[in-house]
Design a protein around this ligand. Sequence first.
Ligand code: PEP
Ligand code: MN
Length: 384
Amino acid sequence: MIIIMQSGIDQSSPEFGQLMDYLGSKPTIRPRVHEEVGTLQTLMEIYLIGNTAALEKSEIEGLPGVERVVRVSEEYRIIGRHKDDSRPIGFEYNGVRFDQHNLNIFAGLCAVDTREHVEQMLRALKENGQLCTRMGAYKPRTNPYAFQGHGASCLPWVFELAGKFGVKVIAMEVAHDSHLDEIRGALEQTGQPTGVMLQIGTRNTQNFELLKIVGRQTDFPVLFKRGFGITLEESLNAAEYLASEGNHKIVFALRGMKTNLGDPHRNFVDFAQVPVVKRLTRLPVCVDPSHAIGSRERDPDGILDVMHATAQGIIAGANMILADFHPEPQTALVDGPQALLLEELPYFLEDVAIAREAYERRKSLAHELRSSQQLGPPHRSAGV
Ligand code: PEP
Ligand code: MN
């Protein structure tokens, strides 16, 4: 059960004290208070853990200071969609909106290598009107002798360059709690020129201690990759760990499943699950076509498999795209074979726009059908 308090109520308000006294009289319930302190108002939600079946929703809604009460099912209590659940979907970070209705593109380097490549990438993004990117500084690798990323040493100059080229959000994988401190420190040192979305990689999907640490902070939103060898349900439960610790700014990413049944692609593309995640949760959904496909193969019409997968994700309603680019893929230290070239960026963006437009049209068509089913025969507009 979730109690949503009226705006402006905080832990020093008498209404809060009264509610805590009431909950204190229920021995099988443990309240967990979550406060979101915004510039204009504080929003407070109280999660009730334990046997909530015996609680009267209307009785709690009658207490002073309570806005409303949502009875949640056991599954995905915070990230899930529940009956009569009018909690808002999505969030804003550093001026960029993330929700289930819009689309953000994060084209960038899989791994930061040279300053020159980072600068070339960022310049291309600026020239193409992009506000977000991906840049890996910490790279978990299969082979212990492979390049593991430049780590903390590259952060100050990467952040400064991002600021110089107007990038608002960088998706950056973290694998250890020290990485959060290093990112926070480098942003402070450079005067917060950009923002960072912390990425949980597929190898850490069920690293519950890392999830708790990342979930306990609310400075940075989280891009959460599904596990490559576990069920969708297990991955969604893992994402719930982040939310249960207090961080609700989560984007859920599909990136393909590890199985030879997807050969010759690097992973089996799972983007048909975009609508499933949107239906089960209130999270924006990202697709990562680069790690799903893993190559620059193309079809006889000349369209790259990576672009096909991108379009498949978008036409199914994806809200974010994570895509590897590189100015010189042949010299890239990580994942060169799947990277798109900088000169392909405008084509990629146009292909994205085509697929997005198709999705918008499909959405209107579905609305039209639903309203015809509820309200009688459809009034189809000419040309549709
Ligand atoms: C990545 O996006 O750089 C990455 C390593 O992805 P994944 O964790 O999905 O393999
Ligand atoms: Mn990679």
